[in-house]
Design a protein around this ligand. Sequence first.
Ligand SMILES: Cc1cc2nc3c(=O)[nH]c(=O)nc-3n(C[C@H](O)[C@H](O)[C@H](O)COP(=O)(O)O)c2cc1C
Length: 209
Amino acid sequence: MTAKITFIVGSPRKKRSCNFLIEKAIEGVKSELDDVEINKIYAADFNITPCNGCDQCLRDPYECPLSENDDMPQLEDSLLDSDALLIASPSYFGSVSTQLKVIIDRSRPWKMNNYQLKNMICAPLVAIGTRNDAAGGVISDIINFGLIQGMIVVGALGNPVLEQNIPITSLQKYGRKEFLGKDETDELGGIVAHNLGKRIANLLKTMKK
Ligand SMILES: Cc1cc2nc3c(=O)[nH]c(=O)nc-3n(C[C@H](O)[C@H](O)[C@H](O)COP(=O)(O)O)c2cc1C
């Protein structure tokens, strides 16, 4: 059975660091899985109104009135039938991008209507500016989203000493004033994103047996 994996580029900048991580993860998936539908979407392509806390999603029919006038139905159509959801976000003051936060809040009806994302795999990827900055807040935003939605949150498996489990790409290299050049990429971030794609492909192979 074909697996469907949705990848969200959470930055308003479509072709930068988040996109780099997503492309590496897609390469990792494809290295392990032939029978796969790759659904790559950009958060910035969807016009989503911020949640206003009306709580109508708590009651039958668990629908959001804002969805009548924005792109939430298109987003639902695109991702609700996925087997896995990989979300790449830039760190904006240590949290996910505005574009992603709006989507996360508006996803509440999916939970209220019988956990529509339950058992979907969820994985975070993060782009930061300065090397030692707060990726942790972004990671916990995405992990919390996954846990609260009943998803299965996973990380990468690679060299247990040399490669971490969550893909993080940084613009700053190891020197204080050294930043990635125009055609340079963060090697370690790319390797871990690739490992994450492989990990998810292998998990899906096991789960779909
Ligand atoms: C509004 C704003 C806030 C940011 N805050 C942080 C921050 O707190 N820490 C950090 O390391 N980088 C911060 N950055 C930098 C981005 O995280 C970094 O450039 C990232 O690579 C952007 O991802 P992208 O290239 O996919 O857009 C910020 C950027 C913007 C626009």
